[in-house]
Design a protein around this ligand. Structure first.
Ligand SMILES: Cc1ncc(COP(=O)(O)O)c(C=O)c1O
Length: 361
């Protein structure tokens, strides 16, 4: 059998083994076409089946109401930082941002380049460890933007902030997409790069309420125009067909696991194992986020010295625990435990942490 590691990478990240095996089995002859899915036309009935089934499964998993469109885009979540204000913020209007980590800060900066954006809250001064206690909300804002999970700082919203009436809530849900149930009807717009929970890099998923699409100004280039891209069924130009195919397989896998309620239970169990190991280490391991804001997807933590952190990453890699080095802005370690990480993987990390502390504590 092929040797597989426990992959704690933040994205691109682990993909369920079953999904990889199915892709492998179908690689040379996709559904009797005599071609791989990468080689079939995006206008063929085979690919139509792929993209339509992926959308239907996503709608079922997340309970997406019928007055929302699903769009598959390219350019990563980073392109959405710019497309969002271009489409949803009318000329002269202002948009509100709640910044709880690096990604929200980047989204905010991008929005400022193109018009007016204001901070409804920022936890930067406290080192992005918490969720804001107070919000300064503009009742006239074009939208209120949050990052539902901050991948680098490991801070996650489990209860959405409530925007003022008629201000749509917008979320960058890249790193907690389909990791737990959400009430989509609370949002005007959701976007997520697929490469954490939903599949490979190369495709970004947008869920937009119909009235959000009516805001698109007439003069936008078509590749930046949500309304046109939605109207074409994500097929205005050649889509990232292989990435969408893998997303489709991941969604089938997620349904088979029992859907998002079942998936959240597993995710919480994994996170609890690791947070317990941190909390019970007598200060040897130090979590970045405050307990009230802790992410169940990304767990950044520090060790007593940078030297020990280096050794930890190196020795962990040696026993097949990959991708644990933290982001350079926070330092230390980070365990990304997306949907495809198994309990067995989380337990292997916890066992390694205990062993490492015994040797070095
Ligand atoms: C929360 C969040 N938003 C945005 C991005 C940027 O995504 P992309 O690389 O797809 O542009 C990332 C990448 O890690 C992320 O974690």
């Amino acid at each position: 059998m092929t040797k597989r590691v426990f992959n704690f990478n933040p994205g691109p990240a682990a993909i369920p083994l079953e999904v990889l095996e199915q892709a492998q089995a179908e690689m040379l002859d996709f559904k009797g076409t005599g071609m791989s899915v990468m080689e079939v036309s995006h206008r063929s009935k085979e690919f139509e089946g792929v993209i339509q089934t992926a959308e239907a499964d996503l709608r079922e998993l997340l309970g997406i109401p019928s007055n929302y469109k699903v769009i598959f885009l390219q350019g990563g979540a980073s392109l959405q930082f710019a497309m969002l204000p271009m489409n949803l913020r009318a000329a002269g209007a202002s948009a509100d941002y709640i910044v709880t980590g690096s990604w929200g800060k980047t989204a905010f900066k991008e929005a400022q380049k193109l018009g007016t954006a204001r901070l409804a809250a920022s936890t930067e001064k406290e080192g992005f460890k918490s969720l804001p206690e107070k919000l300064d909300l503009d009742p006239k804002a074009a939208y209120l933007h949050i990052t539902s999970n901050e991948t680098i700082h490991g801070v996650e919203f489990f209860t959405e902030p409530t925007p003022p009436d008629n201000v749509p809530l917008v979320s960058d849900s890249s790193s907690d997409f389909i990791s737990h149930p959400i009430d989509v009807s609370k949002y005007g717009f959701i976007y997520a790069g697929a490469q954490k929970n939903a599949g490979p890099s190369g495709v970004t998923i947008v869920i937009a309420r119909d009235d959000m699409l009516e805001r698109t100004p007439a003069n936008l280039p078509v590749m930046l125009d949500y309304k046109a891209l939605a109207a074409s069924g994500s097929l205005h130009n050649t889509p990232p067909s292989f990435s969408i195919y893998i997303v489709g397989l991941v969604l089938k896998w997620a349904k088979k696991l029992g859907g998002l309620t079942a998936i959240e239970k597993i995710n919480r169990a994994k996170a609890e194992l690791i947070y317990k190991a941190i909390d019970n280490s007598g200060g040897f391991y130090n979590g970045h986020a405050l307990p009230t804001a802790r992410s169940i997807m990304n767990i950044p933590f520090r060790l007593p010295s940078e030297e020990l952190e280096e050794t930890f990453a190196k020795e962990a890699k040696g026993v097949g625990l990959i991708g644990l080095k933290g982001h350079r802005s926070v330092g230390g370690m980070r365990a990304s435990i997306y949907n495809a990480m198994t309990i067995e993987g989380a337990q292997a990390l916890v066992d390694f942490m205990a062993e490492f502390q015994k040797k070095n504590g």
